[in-house]
Write a protein that binds this ligand. Sequence first.
Ligand SMILES: NC(=O)c1ccc[n+]([C@@H]2O[C@H](COP(=O)([O-])OP(=O)(O)OC[C@H]3O[C@@H](n4cnc5c(N)ncnc54)[C@H](OP(=O)(O)O)[C@@H]3O)[C@@H](O)[C@H]2O)c1
Length: 246
Amino acid sequence: MDGPRILLTGGSGTLGTELRALLPGILAPTHRELDLLDSEAVLEGVLGSAPDVILHAAAYTDVAAAEAERAACWSLNVGGTHAVVTAAREVGARLVHISTDYVFSGDDPPPEGYREDDPPGPVRNYYALSKLAAEEVARSLPGSLILRTSFRPRAWPYPVAFTDVFTSQDYVDVIAPEIALAVRYLDRIDVATLHIATERKSVFDLAKRRRPDVRPGSKREAGVALPDDITLDVSRWRALRPHLAP
Ligand SMILES: NC(=O)c1ccc[n+]([C@@H]2O[C@H](COP(=O)([O-])OP(=O)(O)OC[C@H]3O[C@@H](n4cnc5c(N)ncnc54)[C@H](OP(=O)(O)O)[C@@H]3O)[C@@H](O)[C@H]2O)c1
């Protein structure tokens, strides 16, 4: 691959699978090959592959289960990010940390959505808390890029979708190419935080695009507290993007 040598964590995940296809030559050790819960192994693995960039997409992502499995969620999202930051510092790699719109409360968002520099929180659930803490760990490494996004698998997986949650998320095959573009031209991005998402819509409206028979539902059925409207303002990305694409 021309360009920077990139090491991806979470390469078998929903986002990671797309990124591997979009960034040929990317180094993508498996969970077994690079267990983020083992900080010494992470350091050793990163030193061995000497990346210019670490794209950190591995995480504990089960929002509902995180309420009961707090230790597992914290260990991977915060402790794992700490291990990645330590290794990145050691090898001199730039970190791109994948974060989430859930760092915002979803109460009274600005009309165009939350901007990168709006204060996060108070978060609605434990997963969001762990991701917010992970952002601060990532930010402790100078030059790191916190990339906040939100996506769904290529096909809408549920029979029901919420009409009372508003979001700028999109399907992973829409979001991943944008993230790949940002990573490919990372040397032209000098901001610390960037939102990559699409326009505001309800989760139900998003679901209908790929599953026309989806039924309307309410977030009250989710079994975990969810925010009302965590739309991200993506004007920073819209302004940057034309300077990246060849
Ligand atoms: N999905 C969303 O709606 C969404 C929204 C906003 C932000 N995000 C963020 O986007 C990123 C990717 O999410 P995703 O939905 O693509 O994740 P995912 O499908 O749940 O995949 C998680 C990945 O983490 C890996 N992993 C788990 N434990 C690990 C460990 N101890 N060491 C190393 N790797 C480990 C998994 O590998 P194995 O499968 O082999 O265990 C898998 O590759 C995450 O940072 C997430 O917080 C996701």
